[in-house]
Design a binder for this molecule. Structure first.
Ligand SMILES: [Zn+2]
Length: 218
């Protein structure tokens, strides 16, 4: 725009007394509501807290080779006390908590009329291959190496009674019936369940895992 034209515009504006156009007020769209989506790990930690699991998040858990845990936590109760803490993936801890609430406690009430107050496990994370008597799976990395497995040795009941896979799995009686019922129902919660019926390497515990394979060895 030339100087002459600008001058003319200014003069005209002055002559007619026109006020400069007022800026239009445009309402901004409302800010979007915070997304209800949170990342899966944060959601998992929240679920553990909501389930009254006693745990602490663990930093990186890589021990080389094919071993390591995604989103590791160290659990000491889920929510009944464990005989010792165990490191596992958050997803596995969440599954064990669900197992306790939906399988163990209802069956304990049904068989003994009382609750389980202690879970005795024999190991969680362990960087190793599978313990198996079958050549087809020999050398395969164990789900323990990924923090996706727990070896369950037994339970303690509210009145002090101890139920042990090693001592009570076989034979008749309340304890055996309870353990068999727990193992059978575990197949609904875990992907792999191995019991003393599976092979001689599982005589004293139930192996429970959430790995990619599916085997109910009850
Ligand atoms: Zn195991």
């Amino acid at each position: 725009m030339s100087v002459r034209v600008v001058l003319a515009v200014v003069l005209l504006a002055g002559l007619c007394g026109c006020a400069p156009p007022r800026p239009r007020v445009v309402a901004l769209p409302p800010l979007p509501a915070p997304s209800p989506l949170i990342d899966p790990y944060t959601a998992c930690l929240k679920d553990l807290r909501d389930s009254r699991v006693a745990f602490e998040p663990v930093g990186e858990y890589e021990t080389g080779g094919s071993c390591g845990i995604a989103n590791p936590v160290r659990v000491s109760a889920a929510p009944v006390d464990w005989n010792k803490p165990g490191v596992m993936s958050c997803e596995m801890a969440r599954t064990v908590a669900r197992f306790e609430a939906e399988v163990v406690q209802p069956l304990a009430l049904r068989h003994f009329g009382q609750r389980v107050v202690r879970l005795n496990h024999m190991g969680t994370y362990d960087c190793r291959t599978q313990r198996t008597t079958k050549a087809a799976t020999a050398g395969r990395i164990s789900e323990h190496s990924k923090g996706q497995a727990l070896d369950l040795g037994g339970f303690g009941l509210a009145d002090g009674t101890v139920v042990s896979v090693k001592k009570d799995w076989r034979g008749a009686g309340q304890k055996s019936e309870f353990l068999q019922a727990v193992a059978q129902a575990s197949c609904q919660t875990f992907n792999v369940v191995l019991t003393p019926n599976h092979d001689r390497l599982h005589q004293d515990h139930l192996h429970l895992d959430i790995g990619p394979h599916r085997l109910c060895g009850y």
